[in-house]
Design a protein around this ligand. Sequence first.
Ligand code: B12
Length: 290
Amino acid sequence: MEERLDGAGAPSATMTLQAAAEALGVHYMTAYRYVRLGLLPATKVAGAWEVPKDEVDRMLAERLTDQGGRPAGGRVHPAPWASRLEARLMAGDERGSWGVVEGALSSGMDPNEIYIDLLVPSLRGIGDAWAEGRIDVGVEHRASVIVMRLIGRLGPRFNRRGQTRGSVVLGAPAGDSHGLPTALLADLVRGAGFTVADLGADTPHESFVHTAREVERLVAVGVGVTTVDNDASVRALTSALHLALPDTPVLVGGSAVRDEDHARSLGADGWAPDGPAALALLEEVVAAAG
Ligand code: B12
């Protein structure tokens, strides 16, 4: 065992993964799987895994077995999945990130919860780490790409059989390079039975209008606003949409929209602060259309 400094600067004892496996009474490969699943935090130093001793003690105290994170009593362990995922994303570990998602799925989380309670908070944590200067923007870019790939794997779970409830066009306005928020939202909306055309980041106003005219049975257009100081672009977009499609509700959301008043000032017909509220808003739009 040796001493090391953890992220906060406080000394904490570490042990090798082999020693951690022995302490936990599991095979080395099982301990390695815990690391890959994000169940056991570990850092690779000069090619060898180092595990904080207090994390091994915590695991022992929780009497975790090798049954997908369930404690001996069979109760589902209230695992801090989001912080585990955040750690794997920051490490650029795609396999480990998927392992955390698989672990959360097998603990009973459904795909909607994986998006809302796991992906969104992890991304927020990464954004905060960047804003506080704890990580380089390259780490954020790499994590974003991994999340895109996780979404690619999870997306088919949102497919619904049967007739579509109509089309929803989503995208970020010109000048906003955040495509992930509407990519995440798109799957939630698909899961509610709609067909989605997600235009992604930095979409010209004309492309929004063109797509909205082209899709079948348009229900609403949703604009994801994540970049602050881009309000003029959002206003120009909502005006262009209202002019071209006067009967179509234009919904606005995203972390750069402060509240309902702010959304209205951007020309929105409706606003929602998060994914579940966005789905509820869409139901209101459908109900109002009769
Ligand atoms: C990933 C990321 C990036 C990636 C984007 C990659 C991609 N493919 O999308 C990259 C690295 C490119 C990037 C760039 C920038 N980023 Co950035 N980024 C993020 C990060 C970490 C995650 C964003 C995300 O996907 N969140 C997950 C989504 C799903 O959550 P959400 O946005 O809250 O969405 C929910 C709701 O808002 C709602 N919703 C979303 N869209 C819609 C739409 C409708 C219609 C409705 C109804 C609801 C709705 O539902 C969602 C699910 O619950 C955030 C951190 C954060 N706090 O979010 C920073 C963050 C948004 N970025 C930020 C900044 C500053 C930037 C840059 C300006 C940095 C720079 N100087 O270059 C640039 C933007 C340049 C530009 N011109 O746009 C800041 C914004 C600052 C602020 N005060 O708000 C944040 C908050 C980081 C921070 N903590 O400071 N970024």
